[in-house]
Design a protein around this ligand. Structure first.
Ligand code: ZN
Length: 131
């Protein structure tokens, strides 16, 4: 039996992080559908589960690999953003954060210095803000 499964899975993609996330989401949908009257969640859970298995059994390994890489990149970017947000939140009492009007670079300035002229470190644009 184990050999049969191994032979069946040979050349197929298998599980990855994206698949795990899809599984998790479909489980959440299933739980919601158990406690609510919305059949849409049940349908969504089944569809997502079906898609997850389709990916696992897929023979287009390169394509699935690219999908997973995209997902991992996205997850990493989210983690970086979350960290930045947390950092800014921790500094909110001492610093003001402004966006450069021309290049959108975020600039940190100390609070409580009155009106100041800020020079963007990236594009050298000057703009005046209250600190
Ligand atoms: Zn700028």
């Amino acid at each position: 039996m184990k050999q049969k499964i191994q032979r069946f899975m040979a050349g197929r993609y298998g599980a990855d992080q994206l698949g795990q996330m899809y599984m998790g989401i479909s489980m959440v949908f299933l739980v919601i559908s158990f406690f609510s009257r919305w059949n849409i969640f049940y349908a969504l859970a089944l569809a997502l589960l079906g898609y997850t298995y389709y990916r696992m059994l897929s023979r287009q390994i390169e394509k699935r690999y690219q999908e997973n890489q995209k997902f991992l990149n996205w997850r990493y970017q989210m983690a970086v953003k979350k960290n930045k947000r947390r950092e800014r939140f921790a500094q909110r009492k001492i610093y003001h954060f402004y966006k450069c009007p021309s290049c959108k670079q975020k600039v940190r300035v100390p609070k409580g210095k009155g009106k100041i002229c800020i020079t963007c470190p990236k594009c050298k644009t000057e703009f005046i803000k209250k600190s």
